[in-house]
Design a protein around this ligand. Structure first.
Ligand SMILES: [Fe+2]
Length: 265
């Protein structure tokens, strides 16, 4: 079990870890702050979802631990490669796990808990949780981690799309160019109700469609309700060109969101 003392110790470790990276130029520091803030916000999203589905205090500490550590490798990734694109650098979840091992961060936990934490981190940035995973605890915490991460990334990218051109932090768009069209395969995935394959991403509109399609991979009602309440789909639609394909994409995903909320009600 993750204890209150564990959480306290991990928070102190994480603060020290971030501080180690807060040196260097303005671009580096800006992106270190971005991931520090992202981690804190994902933590709040995870608590919101976890409380919404009635998890107990020990489970809240477990998901809090996973979230706090999930992007530890992002700091090193950006310092090494100056990008958050895994495709253009390295898998940041693997980097996280390597750092946690090297710094013996998880040694205080039982092998059982350590395994859940490591697996939930390993699965957090995959297109989907591997179909062979059946361990209920691993599934629960991996799903929670992924839902909470998506909620904060949606906030972040929507702010980016709406930001003044001079203020945009282009690290958020992972090197994708602005464009007036979509890649047909991306649109086809979305309209067919499939998670958009990141290999097909060519431009920022594709990225917006992929983000709309995250609704297909959201696991818990509080997550779906937050998407509706915060009008994330509408905001992504508003960031797309005013063409029928964008309307079709929005309508398809909005219908899935509405249907899932109806079914769960
Ligand atoms: Fe991540």
């Amino acid at each position: 079990m993750v204890t209150v003392q564990d959480v306290r110790w991990l928070r102190a470790w994480f603060t020290d870890h971030v501080a180690e990276y807060m040196t260097g130029d303005a671009d580096l520091r800006r992106n270190m702050r971005l991931k520090d803030t992202h981690t804190a916000r994902v933590g709040r999203e995870a608590l919101m979802v976890a409380r919404g589905i009635g998890l107990d205090a020990a489970s809240l500490r477990m998901i809090g631990t996973i979230v706090l550590l999930h992007d530890v490798g992002r700091f090193e990734q950006y310092r090494r490669h100056r990008t958050f694109s895994d495709a253009q650098s390295e898998n940041h979840a693997k980097l996280t796990l390597a750092i946690l091992r090297k710094k013996s961060v998880l040694d205080r936990f039982t092998p059982h808990d350590r395994s859940i934490i490591r697996r939930a981190i390993a699965y957090h940035n995959l297109p989907q949780i591997p179909p062979g995973v059946t361990n209920p605890e691993v599934l629960l915490f991996s799903r929670l981690m992924r839902d909470a991460d998506k909620l904060d990334i949606l906030r972040l990218v929507i702010n980016y799309y709406n930001a003044h051109p001079d203020k945009k932090n282009h690290a958020i768009a992972v090197g994708l160019r602005e464009s007036s069209d979509f890649t047909p395969e991306v649109l086809a995935d979305l309209l067919a109700g499939r998670i958009v394959r990141s290999a097909h991403l060519r431009n920022q509109n594709d990225f917006k469609l992929l983000q709309m399609g995250w609704v297909y991979d959201m696991n818990f009602v509080p997550t779906l309700k937050a998407v509706r309440r915060r009008k994330y789909l509408e905001k992504l639609r508003a960031a797309l060109p005013d063409v029928p394909a964008a309307d079709a994409a929005y309508a398809t995903v909005a219908a899935v969101l509405a249907r899932r909320l109806r079914e769960e009600a």
